[in-house]
Design a protein around this ligand. Structure first.
Ligand code: ADP
Length: 307
């Protein structure tokens, strides 16, 4: 096998109460990539369609993640990568993570799986470091493992895959506005109160428990972010209306996807998720803000071979 065409999924990080530790994998939103073995050593990005992003190996997360993996191997050949982006960079649904994760996942498949999923996460995290300055795993872990993932610890890296109930669907709306990463970071506060941490921990425990027991009501009650959402949501026009309307329509809960500006909602069943999508778009129609909207079941596998 010298070549693979893969689907590299979009992901939702944080999922309300799991700031920096929780993420989930989407099934119908993502990029396509072709990874091919070549005689020349190293990594070459030969095609990048759909987004204006750097193609130099050391400036593209796919190149950086791939090079990190190559450092652990002694190969007499290299890889070339074609990236077909469907996920817009800076949307808050793991655009860079899809490229980092997709690259190392496909390389591992082509090499006969020398690495574990956890090792792949650590290579992909180096791509994330290029995109955002920190080697975070909350998007690459669900892109590689599927379902929900919890990063229990970074040192040492300890990632737990949490199964999603079969009827759980995500709706994601991406308002076409730019939120600068520096702004979404600068609104965060570095200290939180004991009261806030108690509320957050209670909800995170509730959400994890609800996922394991397919208790949709508990999942809904637990989708609450006491710490980050109140600060970051002010950067997203229409956030409060979109969230409230989604819940009034029947969504289990809603919140900011990653660092925004995308907003996600979780629902029981596809029909409800589609109804919620329609409701969420109304606000942006009224505000005259363009948007993309997606409905997806939770992807239990992560990256996959296509075509
Ligand atoms: P989000 O998670 O909000 O979708 P990202 O964390 O993916 O956003 O950030 C995108 C950043 O990563 C942009 O600055 C972009 O230039 C950079 N980048 C480098 N390589 C890629 C790639 N292959 N795909 C997407 N973004 C990339």
């Amino acid at each position: 096998m010298n070549e693979l065409k893969i689907f590299a999924p979009a992901t939702i990080a944080n999922v309300s109460c799991g700031f920096d530790v929780l993420g989930l994998c989407l099934d119908t939103v993502g990029d396509e990539m072709i990874i091919r073995k070549i005689a020349e050593k190293g990594i070459k990005i030969t095609k990048l369609v759909g987004q204006d992003l750097p193609m130099e190996t050391d400036k593209n997360v796919a190149g950086v993640a791939g090079l990190t993996m190559l450092e652990k191997l002694d190969l007499n050949h290299g890889f070339e990568i074609e990236i077909y982006k469907n996920i817009k960079a800076g949307s808050g649904i793991g655009s860079s993570a899809a490229s980092s994760a997709g690259t190392v996942w496909a390389m591992n498949e082509l090499l006969g799986k020398p690495f574990t999923a956890k090792e792949l996460v650590s290579f992909a995290m180096e791509g994330e470091k290029l995109a955002s300055g920190t080697a975070h795993a909350d998007n690459v872990a669900p892109a590689l493992l599927g379902d929900f993932t919890l990063i229990r610890s970074y040192t040492p890296l300890d990632i737990i895959k949490i199964p999603a109930p079969s009827k759980l669907y995500a709706t994601v709306i991406h308002p076409q506005i730019e939120v600068k990463t520096s702004d979404s970071r600068s609104v965060l506060k570095q200290n939180i109160s004991l009261k806030e941490s108690i509320i957050q921990i209670g909800n995170l425990g509730g959400l994890i428990s609800g996922l394991y027991t397919s208790d949709y009501d508990l999942i809904g009650r637990s989708l609450h972010d006491e710490i980050v959402e109140p600060l970051r949501s002010i950067l997203i026009p229409g956030f409060k209306e979109v969230k409230e309307s989604a819940i009034a329509c029947g969504a289990l809960g809603a919140g900011i996807s990653g660092s925004g500006p995308s907003i996600f909602a979780l629902s029981k069943g596809k029909e409800m998720a589609e109804k919620v999508a329609k409701t969420m778009t109304e606000t942006y129609k009224t505000l005259n803000i363009d948007y993309d909207v997606h409905v997806s079941k939770i992807n239990s596998k992560g990256c996959r071979i296509i075509g």
